[in-house]
Ligand binder design. Sequence first.
Ligand SMILES: Cc1cc2nc3c(=O)[nH]c(=O)nc-3n(C[C@H](O)[C@H](O)[C@H](O)COP(=O)(O)OP(=O)(O)OC[C@H]3O[C@@H](n4cnc5c(N)ncnc54)[C@H](O)[C@@H]3O)c2cc1C
Length: 410
Amino acid sequence: MTGAVLVVGAGVVGLSIALEAQSRGLSVRVLDRTGPAAGASAGNAGAFAFADILPLASPRIMRQAPKWLLDPLGPLSIPLAYAPRIVPWMWRFWRASRPSQVAASTAAQTALMNHAQGTLDGFLLRAGASNMLRREGQLQVYEGLAQFEASLDGWRAREAGGVEFRHLAGDDLAQMQPGLSPRFTHATFTPGWATIDDPKVYVQTLADKFVALGGEIIIADVEALTATGLRTSTGDFAGRVVIAAGAYSHHLTRTAGVRIPLETERGYNTTLPHGGFDLRQHITFPAHGFVVSKLAGKLRVGGAVELGGLNAPPNYKRADAMLRKAADFLPGLDTTGGTQWMGFRPSLPDSLPAIGALPGRPDVICAFGHGHLGLTQSTATAAIVADLLTGKAPGIDMTPFAPARFMRQS
Ligand SMILES: Cc1cc2nc3c(=O)[nH]c(=O)nc-3n(C[C@H](O)[C@H](O)[C@H](O)COP(=O)(O)OP(=O)(O)OC[C@H]3O[C@@H](n4cnc5c(N)ncnc54)[C@H](O)[C@@H]3O)c2cc1C
């Protein structure tokens, strides 16, 4: 089938794909029910988190989860009303956390991350967004030797995946991040981590560039896949389809009879207008499940995982709880005047995105399920999807990302 490529979703994934496909000479239309940066891509922490090659589904998380679940405002929560609905996804998550699966997911994630790092600079240049990126690295901080030592297995696995890092303590840590509470005695610095000035402005920049180069963004609710393209609230469109609809993507695959176990990990944050704290780089508090990141003139405090589905109203007590902890951990942080936000991470149970043809539909390409890493992996996903659309072999093995992998499981 020839004609336009129809990309569903104007988040960071959809618009990166649109720009990349356009640069390969394809005619592209983006459809979104609201417009650019309406979903998770607007309010995330802004990190190109290249060090995060370890899947969330892991024995470590399975050990930590019961303790986290005991705290109703802790890093992980499952609202009671949603618990029965999340069970099948949790079962697949548990199966993905077996050591052999973790090794396979880590290898796949490493390949995708390397591809993302390799494509980032060229993509930003073409998008006119190079000046929005800061390469300041990331600091993961630990409370005491025991917590630090418990992290070492993970760092060894990252080392094997080629991630650069160095461990710090004492004066070195104080110099790296003045003002950090002394309860944090150890840390690990990952220099390869980068941060975008403002994720929402970044996505709007991609949208503006796409339109300036002749692309079209259509405001329409996409209702279903059809034999020739899409049915939407404003009529039918013909063409090859890319599904990049974030946490809603499985609603569309279902209209072609394909069930993909996509769930949402709801996350929360507070953006502080200035914060009054001299944050030198992105800081991750792994034992508490949140981060503090530096955006253009602002600080953003957020994270947490709430397995609560797409319909329940936000519970901003989670954002309040993280802000209180941040004030403890970064004494002097000015927590006044913040804006709260909740977003839907689109998450598959094995922590890998679905990128590739929809089973039975070679004319429909999936590009969703990036979980905590949609911004980070957006340029690699764009390059891969553009390769698939132009009949080129992507530079990495796509088997672990195949949407059909869920069909093989019972
Ligand atoms: C608190 C938090 C912090 C995060 N921090 C980071 C980070 O630092 N780094 C990182 O890499 N990732 C981070 N993430 C994850 C990241 O935000 C997501 O993985 C990413 O934004 C997903 O992008 P997307 O384009 O797939 O989806 P979205 O941005 O959600 O876009 C999907 C779009 O599809 C549209 N849509 C959906 N259904 C339809 C339909 N039927 N018809 C028409 N339009 C439709 C929506 O309107 C939306 O605009 C974070 C997420 C959260 C919640």
